[in-house]
Ligand binder design. Structure first.
Ligand code: S3P
Length: 426
């Protein structure tokens, strides 16, 4: 696919697809609850469809209709042994959260995924689940998937997580549903709290205090209605495009702005971005708003510490913004980026360098000396959806043509991304 500077500003309204993290959880928690869970604005991306297919393989009936997903839950102990490997595809959330549930079942299961999943670290869930008494093994012995999980009764633990990861926290809390005593997780900084909010909505006894979440075992979970807000991680590309293309004004409707996810808004404002929040409301404990974004002159900033988990998936697009901003942007404490769907630190540095940006990789982040005009280049997405979308936006700000290879991977989180971007640039 090719991208170049649009001939006119970006104008109009856009609704982004449902939040990926919340869509996954709605299906998972619905499956282990009693009764019916109805999910509207579910993200029909490949990752969330992997979650659906894993639970269907364990006997859960899930109807995927044009207006909603209907999950016919069977309770905490209602899953059936899968006849075959569970396939998480490209999805780290599916792999890590489902492992917590599988650890508490009375059957053995095997879990795998694509080449990216098979190289991502699973030691971070094997360690706490093993402490809880689970038998979970990396089949190739490299602490990656495929995983073999022999479920049985678990012990409640307190786990001090070395990483601020919602996937690790959620995995341990879900296993805690099947434990013999309360389970708590403390993380270095608070990561996204959708699990805590949504499990409470399904009837779990779960409390949060600062960076610790605690769950009581064996609750009776009941099906619930979930209305999924628009995904701020998907909105981020349109926020960036509107900020970068002169004259633009874009209204992004009904976006989730949970404070554990809204770091992109804080950083953009800090860089001088004109973003207004309109029609703020709360659905199922998740705050949402419409975002009105106008083209702005941006300047560099520093991004580090507790801010990092609130914008972890947005760092690639923030790097594009920083490349186009005046002055220097420093990103620290972002080493987690090396173990996402791809090594996002390395790839952002390599590909932005190819576009003429003055950027250097550091041990835990990057330093971007912004303001040098970007020029088009040939960019390979490495099959990472967020790399693809970030460079599609970079292409709108660069001189000449940016050619994006393996662009189709956006189907992971935003199947009609390019069509929506084209509509705003028409
Ligand atoms: C997610 C948590 C984050 C994020 C991922 C989705 C989730 O991963 O990067 O895209 O749904 O819990 P980590 O928990 O590994 O940081």
């Amino acid at each position: 696919m090719e991208f170049r500077k649009p001939s006119s500003p970006l104008r109009g309204e856009i609704t982004v697809p449902g939040d990926k993290s919340i869509s996954h959880r709605a299906v998972m928690f619905g499956a282990i609850s009693h009764g019916t869970t109805r999910v509207t604005n579910f993200l029909q991306g490949a990752d969330c469809l992997s979650t659906i297919s894993c639970f269907q393989k364990m006997g859960i009936v899930i109807e995927n209709t044009p207006s909603e997903i209907i999950v016919h839950g069977k309770g905490l102990h209602g899953l059936l042994p899968p006849a075959d490997y569970l396939d998480a595809g490209n999805s780290g959330t599916t792999t890590r959260l489902i492992s917590g549930i599988l650890a508490g079942q009375n059957f053995t299961s095997c879990l795998t995924g694509d080449a990216s999943i098979q190289s991502r670290p699973m030691g971070r869930i094997i360690t706490p689940l093993s402490q809880m008494g689970a038998s979970i093994e990396s089949i190739r012995g490299n602490n990656c998937a495929p995983l073999k999980i022999q479920g049985h009764s678990l012990h409640g633990i307190h786990y001090d997580s070395p990483v601020a990861s919602a996937q690790v926290k959620s995995c341990v809390l879900l296993a805690g549903l099947y434990a013999d005593a309360p389970t708590s997780v403390t993380e270095p900084f608070l990561s996204r709290n959708h699990t805590e909010l949504m499990l409470a909505h399904f009837g779990a006894k779960i409390t949060s205090h600062q960076t610790t979440a605690t769950i009581q075992p064996e609750p009776t979970l009941h099906g619930a209605d979930i209305s999924v807000p628009g995904d701020i991680s998907s909105a981020a590309y349109f926020i960036a495009a509107a900020l970068l293309v002169p004259g633009s004004e874009v209204l992004i409707k009904h976006v989730g702005i949970n404070p554990t996810r809204d770091g992109i808004l804080r950083v953009c404002k800090d860089m001088g971005g004109d973003i207004q929040l309109l029609n703020s409301t709360t659905t199922g404990g998740e705050p949402t708003a419409d975002l009105l974004v106008r083209h702005s002159s941006l300047h560099g900033t520093v991004i580090e510490g507790e801010l990092i988990p609130t914008l972890i998936d947005e760092i690639p697009i923030i790097a594009i913004l920083a490349a186009c901003a005046e002055g220097t942007t420093i990103i620290r404490n972002a080493e987690e980026l090396k173990v996402k769907e791809s090594n996002r630190l390395r790839i952002m540095v390599d590909e932005l360098t190819a576009m003429g940006c003055d950027i250097e990789e550091t041990e835990d982040g990057m330093i971007i000396h912004g303001g040098k005009p970007l020029h088009g280049a040939v960019i390979d997405s490495r099959l990472d959806h967020r790399i693809a979308m970030s460079f599609a936006v970079a292409g709108l700000a660069a001189e000449g043509t940016t050619q994006l290879l393996r662009a189709d991977c956006v189907n992971i989180s935003y199947p009609n991304f390019y069509e929506e971007l084209a509509k705003l640039t028409e």
